[in-house]
Design a protein around this ligand. Sequence first.
Ligand SMILES: Cc1cc2nc3c(=O)[nH]c(=O)nc-3n(C[C@H](O)[C@H](O)[C@H](O)COP(=O)(O)OP(=O)(O)OC[C@H]3O[C@@H](n4cnc5c(N)ncnc54)[C@H](O)[C@@H]3O)c2cc1C
Length: 387
Amino acid sequence: MTADIRDVVVVGGGISGTAAAYELARSGVMVTLVEQGALASMASGWTLAGVRQSGRHLAELPLARAAVRRWQNLADELDSDVEYRQEGNLRLARTPEEVPVNAAVVAEQRSAGLELTFLSDPDSVRHVAPAVADTVLAASYCPTDGHANPIATVRAFAAAAERHGAVIRTETAVTGIDANGGRVHGVHTATGSIAADTIVVAAGIYTDRLCRLVGLDLPLRVAHAAAVQTIPLPPLIRQVLGVANGDFAGRQEVSGRMRMTGSAGPWQESEHGLDPEAVQPPGEAVMTTLARGIAVLPALASARIARVWGGLLDMTPDALPVIERTPEVEGLVVAAGFSGHGFCLGPVTGQILRDLVITGKSSLPIQPFRRDRFASMAGTAPTGLHG
Ligand SMILES: Cc1cc2nc3c(=O)[nH]c(=O)nc-3n(C[C@H](O)[C@H](O)[C@H](O)COP(=O)(O)OP(=O)(O)OC[C@H]3O[C@@H](n4cnc5c(N)ncnc54)[C@H](O)[C@@H]3O)c2cc1C
């Protein structure tokens, strides 16, 4: 199928939406991106921003590996420093019970072709990362994982999209989708309507609402995680740190600041919509995140804290995203439900969305990310964040 593309509207100015706008614009498509707030004002700004293949569900691994290949040249491609560093990921085992969990992840992912080693004792972990506590018993180590600056990356995608002719409208919420006769015709915003043959919805936690406007069900629930950031510190750790049960992740930014997140818990949006103060993390979540950080990196005990914030996650029942051109509504393309690990995928999400818009298919294996898998599914998503 090749769609007759004239105009595309992308809803959402996070990494998924801006990467899609960039890919579409450089393919010659007339694209307008509409973002209700500022660029990267939700998950793509709140994120830890680990660029991680290790520990991925096997369905996501081909996408994550393709994404890492893109990340390696992204700064040159976008002509902007996105502070990408490919210095590895360590998933730590802090208890005897976590050791076999990590060993199993290494075995599974190695058999899927990922370069990953098992550091089976405390000395070999500290040989790779000397600042890690001697109470850490073992770790998986993936040297090709890394991290980047999320706001710089989103801005770089948006700027590159604009250089290719895309129009970016921030502070503009999409309030309606114009659809009849089984296909989309455009979007409504507070400041007017925009006609389009194709609408890409990459609106994070609000994607289910936008889908409902055209009668489509997308099972998303929202989870909340605390984030803690220190002032700039001397070099401490090059790798992104995760833990076997996903209740802590941390990395040292290029600025020297340590950026850490804790486990995700439930979140209840106020009836008046998103209240920025309600998104701030409760004291207990900040304390546990810091305590887990200090337990694996003891030098953090004396680090000054600069900022804390809360982040919201778009969770699906199986913690895998939905990426599809919807079969029910012609011209509607959806990418959401990244469940706490969509930052790494951003560059390939953009690529896939472009291909779904232009040709209706992708060369990457996206069949596991169809929405119709939920028709026969029950269960709850895991809540771990793994950097
Ligand atoms: C604390 C935390 C830690 C994380 N750690 C990692 C990690 O280490 N590695 C990783 O890969 N991923 C991580 N993630 C997940 C990752 O950040 C997200 O999956 C990714 O940023 C999602 O990008 P997105 O563009 O799909 O959504 P978002 O960044 O949420 O963007 C959606 C945008 O749509 C806009 N929008 C919504 N509704 C409308 C509307 N009606 N009209 C106009 N605009 C609208 C929103 O304002 C928002 O800016 C983490 C997330 C959090 C919160």
